[in-house]
Design a binder for this molecule. Sequence first.
Ligand SMILES: C[S@@+](CC[C@H](N)C(=O)[O-])C[C@H]1O[C@@H](n2cnc3c(N)ncnc32)[C@H](O)[C@@H]1O
Length: 252
Amino acid sequence: MPWQCAEHTGAKHEIYRRYLERWFPILLASSNAYPSVTYAEGFAGPGVYSGGEDGSPVIAIRALVGEVPPNKGIARFVFIDDDQRCVDMLGETLLKAFPKRPRTDAAMPVWRKKGTCAEDLEVALDRVQAWGQPIFANLDSWGNAPVPFKLLQRLATNVSTEVIVTLLPQHFVRFVSRLDKEKGDDVFGGDPHWRDVVNLPPEAKSRHILTCYRKALKQRVFHTCWTSNLSPATASPCISSSARGIPSACRR
Ligand SMILES: C[S@@+](CC[C@H](N)C(=O)[O-])C[C@H]1O[C@@H](n2cnc3c(N)ncnc32)[C@H](O)[C@@H]1O
């Protein structure tokens, strides 16, 4: 640790950067700004890659600091990771990246905690009193830890909230026979159709998983849902799905 920054990760980070450089100022510094926002990660990582590239927590804080004056609103940051080494390294990385605190503690509280996205993210959001103000939730697992549908549904009912999920269909393709079926169904909002993947030819499997996921999000969770496919020749197909845009930074 840290690990190498894969080619598709660079593309994903560019999406985060561009999106957040609009999201923070729209929500904190525009004429109808909110008093506070929360940026939250359920799979935060150590904040840095082995080549020195910024990880998503650093990208998010840079987007805030670069685009919003320090006296505009409160920006909370919540970082959860289930590996204590990542949580510790993230602390060190943030100190190195921002040696002089860019905002006061009160204007930019940062909460780091070892835990799982499924069990600890919602609790952390309760604790920092994020609900009722906009949240940007970045749920970027390696595909090994599905995101609970109930968490997405709660986020979707929160004001001006956006979620970006990285889904690796290969996880569901590979482990369909070994995954706890009900846990698998939960990822797709309880719809068991994703399991039909077993009967499909190899070239149709990933597409099927992505279609089921998109359908579940569109029908049962979010008003707006866009997807982008990050699939360099050397990596497994991966999709990021971002949702619910009021206002949608990407559409402006
Ligand atoms: C893809 S990396 C995150 C990379 C980070 N978002 C970035 O772009 O810099 C996934 C992280 O999730 C953590 N992780 C794996 N399973 C988890 C779980 N169930 N809950 C929380 N974190 C988990 C891993 O330790 C790893 O740091």
